[in-house]
Design a protein around this ligand. Structure first.
Ligand SMILES: *[C@@H]1O[C@H](CO)[C@@H](O)[C@H](O)[C@H]1NC(C)=O
Ligand SMILES: *[C@@H]1O[C@H](CO)[C@@H](O)[C@H](O)[C@H]1NC(C)=O
Ligand SMILES: *[C@@H]1O[C@H](CO)[C@@H](O)[C@H](O)[C@H]1NC(C)=O
Ligand SMILES: *[C@@H]1O[C@H](CO)[C@@H](O)[C@H](O)[C@H]1NC(C)=O
Ligand SMILES: *[C@@H]1O[C@H](CO)[C@@H](O)[C@H](O)[C@H]1NC(C)=O
Ligand SMILES: *[C@@H]1O[C@H](CO)[C@@H](O)[C@H](O)[C@H]1NC(C)=O
Ligand SMILES: *[C@@H]1O[C@H](CO)[C@@H](O)[C@H](O)[C@H]1NC(C)=O
Ligand SMILES: *[C@@H]1O[C@H](CO)[C@@H](O)[C@H](O)[C@H]1NC(C)=O
Ligand SMILES: *[C@@H]1O[C@H](CO)[C@@H](O)[C@H](O)[C@H]1NC(C)=O
Ligand SMILES: *[C@@H]1O[C@H](CO)[C@@H](O)[C@H](O)[C@H]1NC(C)=O
Ligand SMILES: *[C@@H]1O[C@H](CO)[C@@H](O)[C@H](O)[C@H]1NC(C)=O
Ligand SMILES: *[C@@H]1O[C@H](CO)[C@@H](O)[C@H](O)[C@H]1NC(C)=O
Length: 484
């Protein structure tokens, strides 16, 4: 027999007895051709295998079909692109390519993976649009595309993802307006698309997302009003809409979202009054409305926010007095009302807030004295009351019970002496009493403030000598003690 012919026969025999790599494996190898695997993490992806089930990142069904149901290649330093072959792996229910340096587009063929339940493509360099074929993934429960360079609209087909529970696509270049089809997603619980270029209004249809808990759309270009329909989202816990161009008034219906823990509407163009219905939000912990154009007075109903920890209404045009009812929010830690048009006295009830850590009422038209009781608040470390019309003495024991860090009472009409104990805990970095009517000596205890960076005591009627030991304060950069 001819030797060549024999070789051929033997080869044929081998091919028949040792089965070749199954189609799932061949598709994976096709996919690998598009990857750059400089650290050789996928070296065990080999054509000589019959099935790919022991390959790095690959899981198969245990039946004789050996279907690939999961592909997890997260954080393997892979780069390159995803070939359309991905669409052949139709048994995938789990696909995780996160934390690599993949680039190029997400192929539309991904829409063929109709069994997909989890799609994780975050922390890569994917660009181009989210393929509209994604709408075919009716079993998709979790989708995370954040930290890529995706651009274009969120497609209308988004509303076809009927199983979707979690959609995360923050920090991309997505633009256009939100599809109104989002309202069809009854199971959507988490929707986080902050730090994109999304414009237009928040669609009123969002009320259909009856399970929504987290709505994250901060740092976009949204305009129009906050839709009143948002009040129907009774499961909403976090409303994160800061740094957009939302206009008009805050709808009173917000007070029916009784699961809310955080409202972040700061840095928008909101006008009108703060709805008193916000006082109904029994679970609210954080209320951030700063940097808007809100006016009118602060509703007393806010005293009913018994779970509140942080309230920030600074940089608005609020007028009227500070409600004494704030004193019933026992767990309040931060109260910022600076840069408004508030008048009247600082309510003594604020001294009941045992956990108060930061209080800033600066740049208002407040009158009357600084409540003496503030000196007993052990957690208070930041107290800023500058640019008001406050009179009377500085509470004499300020600094005895708390580790003061920043204290600014400048530009008021305060009289009496500088309290002696401000530096007892050596924690103060800023002490500004500039431009008041203070008298007496500079207490020598000021030199205990080793950490002091800024000290301004001028424009007062202080007498006596300048404590020379002030020169020992090594970190002091601004020291304006004189009258000029
Ligand atoms: C795939 O298999 C590995 C090893 O058996 C296991 O740790 C992992 O959880 C599986 N992944 C999925 C998505 O089932
Ligand atoms: C990825 O690459 C970085 C730097 O090149 C290295 O520190 C890291 O260990 C690599 N990770 C893996 C999973 O290979
Ligand atoms: C988004 O687009 C802008 C301008 O079109 C570009 O400068 C920026 O680098 C892009 N960002 C990302 C993450 O691709
Ligand atoms: C998917 O969404 C588009 C646009 O919203 C719609 O026209 C189409 O009928 C939907 N397809 C299915 C199968 O529901
Ligand atoms: C929505 O969630 C419920 C409860 O988890 C589940 O029974 C239902 O099948 C889900 N709907 C869809 C379309 O996935
Ligand atoms: C609040 O501002 C609006 C216009 O933005 C004005 O019509 C209204 O009178 C103001 N209300 C108060 C109490 O100042
Ligand atoms: C606070 O809540 C109580 C009981 O829920 C209610 O009677 C009262 O009117 C509320 N106060 C304000 C100022 O809204
Ligand atoms: C005050 O803070 C402490 C410590 O964080 C906490 O245990 C306590 O519950 C707070 N008090 C109130 C009234 O929230
Ligand atoms: C606050 O004081 C300034 C300066 O004296 C004054 O122009 C302004 O009208 C006052 N505003 C209110 C609401 O009292
Ligand atoms: C504060 O002092 C200035 C200057 O002495 C005075 O004109 C003003 O009436 C005082 N204001 C208050 C509220 O006492
Ligand atoms: C002075 O500033 C430096 C740098 O910020 C800091 O590390 C150091 O602790 C400060 N000294 C005191 C006495 O606070
Ligand atoms: C400041 O430094 C001088 C000279 O080094 C020293 O005599 C004095 O005791 C220091 N004062 C304090 C308060 O540390």
């Amino acid at each position: 027999m001819d030797a060549t012919w024999l070789k051929l026969m033997l080869g044929l025999l081998l091919l028949i007895t040792c089965k070749a790599l199954n189609p799932e494996g061949q598709n994976l190898l096709q996919l690998k051709y598009g990857f750059i695997d400089s650290l050789n993490h996928l070296s065990n992806w080999e054509a000589k295998d019959q099935i790919p089930c022991s390959w790095t990142g690959v899981n198969c069904t245990t039946d004789l079909n050996f279907f690939v149901f999961s592909l997890d290649l997260n954080n393997l330093n892979l780069s390159g692109t995803i070939s359309p072959t991905i669409g052949m792996l139709i048994h995938l229910s789990y696909l995780d390519l996160s934390g690599n340096q993949f680039s190029g587009k997400i192929p539309g063929q991904i829409g063929n993976l109709v069994n997909l339940e989890a799609l994780k493509l975050y922390n890569n360099n994917f660009e181009g649009e989210i393929p509209h074929e994604i709408g075919k993934l009716v079993n998709l429960v979790r989708c995370n595309l954040c930290n890529n360079r995706l651009s274009g609209d969120i497609p209308d087909e988004f509303g076809n993802l009927s199983s979707l529970v979690e959609f995360v696509a923050y920090t991309n270049n997505l633009s256009g307006s939100l599809p109104s089809t989002i309202g069809r997603l009854k199971n959507l619980t988490i929707f986080r698309v902050g730090q994109n270029l999304i414009s237009g209004a928040i669609p009123a249809e969002i009320y259909g997302c009856e399970n929504l808990e987290i709505l994250g759309l901060a740092q976009n270009a949204l305009n129009g009003q906050v839709p009143k329909e948002i009040g129907m989202l009774s499961n909403l816990r976090e409303m994160i809409l800061w740094s957009n161009q939302l206009a008009g008034t805050i709808p009173p219906e917000i007070g029916t979202c009784t699961s809310l823990r955080t409202i972040a509407l700061y840095e928008n163009n909101l006008i009108g009054t703060i709805p008193e219905t916000i006082g109904n939000l029994k679970n609210l912990e954080n209320l951030y409305l700063y940097r808007n154009g809100l006016n009118g007075s602060i509703p007393v109903s806010l005293g009913n926010l018994s779970m509140a920890k942080e309230i920030d209404f600074s940089e608005n045009e609020l007028s009227g007095t500070i409600p004494r009812e704030f004193g019933s929010i026992k767990g309040l830690k931060l109260l910022y009302l600076f840069q408004n048009q508030l008048t009247g006295a600082i309510p003594v009830e604020l001294c009941d807030l045992k956990n108060l850590t930061k209080l800033d009422l600066s740049i208002n038209n407040l009158t009357g004295p600084i409540p003496v009781g503030l000196q007993y608040l052990t957690q208070l470390n930041q107290l800023q009351l500058f640019n008001n019309f406050l009179t009377g003495k500085i509470p004499p024991k300020l600094g005895v019970f708390s580790r003061l860090w920043v204290m600014d009472f400048s530009n008021n009409n305060l009289s009496g002496q500088i309290p002696r104990y401000l530096c007892r805990h050596s924690n103060l970095i800023l002490l500004n009493l500039w431009s008041n009517k203070l008298t007496g000596n500079i207490p020598s205890e000021i030199t205990f403030c080793k950490s002091l960076v800024q000290l301004r005591l001028g424009s007062n009627s202080l007498t006596g000598s300048f404590p020379l030991d002030l020169c020992n304060l090594t970190n002091l950069t601004t020291n304006r003690v004189g009258s000029k």
